[in-house]
Design a protein around this ligand. Sequence first.
Ligand SMILES: [Zn+2]
Length: 243
Amino acid sequence: MGKLKGAFSSNSVFIELPVAKRTIKLRPYKHGDMKSILNATDSFQDAGEEYKIKDYLLAIGSFIGGLIEEDIMKLHVADVSFIMNKAKEISKSEESKVISTCKKCGNKNTSIFKLSDVVVEDKKTDDKINFDKVIFTMKDFSFQMLVDNSMILEKHSTVDDMSVFYANFIECVEYDNTIYDNLTVDELVNDLIDDMGVEEVDKIKKYIDGQPNLYWEDEYECKECGNKNKVVLNKLLDFFSIS
Ligand SMILES: [Zn+2]
């Protein structure tokens, strides 16, 4: 280690994860931590659709993973979003800016985003979904699952992508007094999901929609025309930007 290493040491903080409900240690990020993620963000924005969201998520994962003493892949996506924003808060400033476009005149307005104003929405109920003859036991939405299913965030995600996405949430299946907990994604998709009715698939969608997620909103009057606008952050990628 060099003689000067440690000259710019900084303090870690302890934070409570909103979904896992336990305390973890988080260190602020430094200039060096940001290189890989800034590269990934640039390629993501420049390349548009050609650049895979998966690479971007993996860059985020290794960036945040370097700031905590936890396996980020096992954490709930809402906890990862929360850590991302807490890291920004302790490393940069408590506030960041959200730019949105007025619906009436197209003027760009700035809102101030504070992590303390974020609500963690948890509509989650049961991890079991009961159908007539079958019971599914469902998984939580971990960061690993998001990385594995990043194709659903691509612009051209297909119906097949969605079937695979749903299959990934199924931990085990109870049918005819037998519990199947070793089913492959292919088996889940071909034998079950593609055979389900629309209303049955809706039960899976409802389970996924009920997963905890971060929610933030701001209502403002446009500086240009006075029109009342609402800006909402509630999508997965909304909370994953470094700027
Ligand atoms: Zn306006």
